[in-house]
Design a protein around this ligand. Structure first.
Ligand SMILES: CC(C)(COP(=O)(O)OP(=O)(O)OC[C@H]1O[C@@H](n2cnc3c(N)ncnc32)[C@H](O)[C@@H]1OP(=O)(O)O)[C@@H](O)C(=O)NCCC(=O)NCCS
Length: 287
């Protein structure tokens, strides 16, 4: 039977929407009503069998240098066995050609996670979830070092530099994401010594606030600026009437977890594995 693996074209959005809406084997945390904007923003690789989509993977390609799989679907068990591997390898090769690191996937769908090791993926970390409820802050330690203010477009190059100095590349935000974040998040920068030393991103949902990002430049870490940003975020949420606050971080990031615990956050729920495709030294997927 004829099989074809290729990148989906822009005008295939309706077919992809139909496929992902009905695929019996589906791994994603995208809500059905958000599917369309994600499909428009990402790149989709698909495997066709006898002219029909048998498997597809949606990859977020904007967060250079990370290409992250956001959704994977298979029409049947045959596609899972035969088509998923070549499909993901093709997506990873395209990422490699575009200068991206190995394909990343964060998720805990049992059917997919059972397959991933055989497809060349290994768990490199886990995402830990934290939450806190109610008001109340720990005692402040000395004088606040940084000045906090709403971020402006002119701050973006400096905020990006903080982000890339603070995080490993697989967690980097892109310039495009930060520019968009000015509209979509409460975006605060902490300035110290006349420079941007850190930033935070907060978003609100019915009944809960999310501290979506916290970063302090390594040159400024350990001097209370992270704590200042957390206090500021909590006060913002309380001002919105939200006393339940959620966040997540990497399981091996002990420093951030110590900070969050000091501010009353407690680990909640199971952790999520972070998978990365292995590449051999020449860059081919390691399968
Ligand atoms: C996690 C992170 C935001 C913390 O920022 P920070 O500015 O270093 O945080 P703080 O200085 O407020 O607190 C860290 C430590 O500094 C010390 N500290 C805090 N306030 C201080 C003060 N006023 N004077 C001196 N030292 C202080 C403490 O030892 C504190 O550790 P403790 O909480 O165990 O007591 C920062 O390390 C970072 O950007 N890391 C990389 C990105 C990251 O992990 N982001 C968050 C997870 S997604």
């Amino acid at each position: 039977m004829e099989r074809l693996i290729r990148l989906a074209a822009d005008d295939e959005l309706p077919a992809l929407l139909a496929f992902f809406s009905r695929a019996p084997w589906l791994a994603t945390d995208i809500r059905p009503r958000d599917l369309e904007p994600h499909l428009r923003a990402g790149a989709c690789w698909l495997a066709e069998r006898a002219g029909r989509i048998a498997a597809a993977a949606l990859v977020e390609t904007q967060r250079h240098p990370v290409w992250q799989m956001q959704m994977v679907g298979c029409a049947d068990l045959e596609a899972l066995d035969e088509e998923l591997g070549p499909l993901l390898a093709a997506a990873d090769r395209a990422g490699q050609a575009a200068g991206a690191g190995p394909l990343l996937y964060i998720g805990d769908e049992p059917w997919l996670n059972g397959e991933l090791p055989a497809l060349g993926f290994a768990t490199i970390n886990r995402i830990a979830f934290y939450e806190r409820e109610g008001r109340g802050l720990p005692e402040e330690r000395g004088l606040a070092l940084a000045t906090l203010r709403p971020a402006a477009a002119e701050d973006m190059p400096a905020a990006l530099a903080v982000d890339h100095a603070a995080f490993d590349p697989i967690w980097w935000n892109s310039a495009a994401f930060l520019a968009q974040a000015l509209d979509e998040f409460r975006f605060v920068v902490a300035t110290a010594g006349g420079e941007v030393a850190g930033y935070s991103l907060c978003s609100t949902y019915p009944g809960e606030g999310h501290l979506a990002r916290l970063a302090v430049h390594p040159a400024w870490q350990g001097r209370g600026i992270g704590g200042q940003l957390v206090r500021d975020a909590l006060r913002f949420f309380w001002g919105c009437g939200l006393t339940r606050v959620l966040l997540n971080t990497q399981q091996d990031n002990e420093r951030s977890q110590a900070l969050y615990r000091r501010y009353g956050f407690r680990a909640s729920g199971p952790t999520l594995p972070v998978w990365q495709m292995r590449r051999d030294p020449e860059g081919a997927p390691g399968i």
